[in-house]
Design a protein around this ligand. Structure first.
Ligand SMILES: [Zn+2]
Length: 386
C-alpha cells in the first residue's frame, strides 16, 4: 500500500461531489468513459439482447426486467458484500443504486472486494466512488449515486431518500441497528448480510405495511453483541463467503423489485462454507413486545446507545464506548498480525501505519493520527469491533 497521508485522504474525501442526482438525472449526462447515459436499459434493442437470458428466467420475464430498470436500491457499505451485491444488481439491470461508504480502497481489500483494482488501492480512492466508476464500465445505464459518507442518525434520512430497498453491506452492528430503526420507521424493506471467516448469513426484514411482514433485526437480536467481536481484520475472511452472502442478498433484492416479495425467504440463514455447518432460524413472526417493530421506539435513530465521540487534542478522536469490557490478552493475540501491540493492566496500545489506538479496559478508545471521526469509527469497527 503506497503511502498517502491522512490529510490528503481527508481532502480527497471532501473534494468529491461527483454523484449523479437520482431525483433529476441530466438527459445530456455522459458516463465517465464517454458514452451517453440513456433511459431504462430495457427499452432499447441493445438491452433486449443484454438481458435476454435473464428475461428468459420465468421469475423475471420482460415485465420483471422493466421493474428492475425502475428500481432504486441503496447499499450501505460498499466494501466486500456491498460491492459484490452492487455489481450483481447493476449487471441485472437495476436502474438506480445509491452507494454509501466511508472508507478508501486498500491493498488488503483486493482479495475479496470485487469492484476494486490495484490502481484504486494505489490512489486510495473512496470505495463508493471507485465502485461507481467500475459499474459505469459494464452498465452505463445504471445511475449510481456515490456518497462518501459515514451513515449516522443525522444524515440517514437524507442519504437513503428515494430508495425502494436497502441492502446491508456494513461491517458493524451499530449501523445495522440504525438501518433497522430507519427501515421500520419508513416501512421500507432491508436485507441483512454478514460474512466472516468462511461463514455467510442473510436475513430479509420486511416491516409493516408489507403484506409479507417479518420480524426485524431487534426481534431476532434484541441487543447488539456485547464485548469485543471478531471482525474480518481479526478473524480473516474467505472471498467465497463474501460472494455467497452477496449472491443470496442480491437474489432476495431481485425478488422484491420484480414484485415477488411472497417468494422472499422468511428465515435468518447462515452457512459456513469451510465447516459445512448450516443453521436457519424462522423470522416469519415479529417478536411480541419488540421495542422497534412492536413499540416503534427508535432509540438508534435518536442516536441513543451510540458511543459518544469527541475530538481530543490536536490529532486524535476519543470513542467513549461503554459496557464493552475488553480482554487485553485476547485482543493482543488478534491485533498482533496487524501492527505493533503493547499492553499493561490499564490499557492496550495498537500502532498501525500512521494511527495508534489506545484501548482501555471498558472499551473506551483513543485513536491518534486523525481528526476525522469517520476514519476513527472505521478503525474502531475494523480492529476492535462494534
Ligand atoms: Zn422487531
Amino acid at each position: 500500500m503506497p503511502s498517502q497521508n491522512t490529510r490528503e485522504r481527508i481532502e480527497t474525501r471532501h473534494a468529491i461531489d461527483s454523484s449523479t442526482d437520482l431525483a433529476a438525472p441530466e438527459p445530456e449526462a455522459r458516463s465517465i468513459h464517454g458514452s451517453p447515459t440513456c433511459g431504462p436499459a430495457v427499452d432499447s434493442e441493445d438491452s433486449a439482447e443484454r438481458y435476454s437470458r435473464q428475461v428468459l428466467f420465468a421469475g423475471i420475464g420482460a415485465e420483471g426486467q422493466r421493474k428492475l430498470a425502475s428500481g432504486h436500491v441503496a447499499i450501505v457499505g460498499c466494501g466486500a458484500t456491498g460491492a459484490a451485491a452492487a455489481g450483481l444488481l447493476a449487471r441485472a439491470g437495476v436502474g438506480a443504486l445509491t452507494l454509501i461508504d466511508r472508507d478508501f480502497v486498500e491493498e488488503s481489500n483486493l482479495q475479496r472486494q470485487v469492484l476494486f483494482d490495484e490502481a484504486d488501492a494505489f490512489a486510495a480512492l473512496p470505495k463508493a466512488e471507485a465502485a461507481r466508476g467500475k459499474i459505469s464500465l459494464f452498465n452505463h445505464a445504471t445511475r449510481v449515486n456515490a456518497k462518501v459518507a459515514d451513515l449516522v442518525p443525522a444524515n440517514i434520512h437524507e442519504l437513503l431518500r428515494g430508495a425502494d430497498l436497502i441492502l446491508d453491506g456494513t461491517d458493524n452492528f451499530e449501523t445495522r441497528y440504525l438501518l433497522n430503526d430507519y427501515a421500520v420507521e419508513q416501512g421500507l424493506p432491508w436485507i441483512y448480510a454478514a460474512a466472516l471467516g468462511g461463514y455467510a448469513a442473510t436475513m430479509n426484514i420486511l416491516p409493516e405495511p408489507s403484506p409479507f411482514r417479518t420480524g426485524c433485526l431487534a426481534c431476532v437480536f434484541p441487543r447488539p453483541p456485547q464485548g469485543a467481536v471478531e471482525t474480518c481484520e481479526t478473524a480473516g475472511i474467505l472471498n467465497t463467503a463474501v460472494n455467497l452472502a452477496a449472491s443470496s442478498q442480491a437474489t432476495e433484492a431481485l425478488k422484491y423489485l420484480v414484485g415477488a416479495a411472497a417468494k422472499m425467504r422468511r428465515t435468518l440463514v447462515s452457512l459456513d462454507l469451510w465447516s459445512n455447518e448450516r443453521s436457519e432460524i424462522s423470522t416469519a413472526a415479529p417478536r411480541p413486545g419488540c421495542a422497534v417493530c412492536g413499540l416503534r421506539d427508535f432509540a438508534h435513530l435518536r442516536g441513543e446507545g451510540r458511543p459518544h465521540i469527541t475530538l481530543c487534542g490536536r490529532n486524535s478522536v476519543q470513542i467513549h464506548e461503554h459496557h464493552r469490557p475488553v480482554d487485553f490478552a485476547e485482543m493482543e493475540r488478534r491485533l498482533k498480525p496487524h501492527g505493533i501491540v503493547r499492553r499493561n493492566q490499564m490499557l492496550l496500545r495498537f500502532q498501525r501505519e500512521e494511527h495508534t489506538i489506545t484501548l482501555f479496559a471498558d472499551g473506551r478508545a483513543l485513536i491518534q493520527g486523525t481528526t476525522d471521526i469517520a476514519v476513527a469509527r472505521s478503525l474502531y469497527a475494523r480492529f476492535i469491533g462494534s
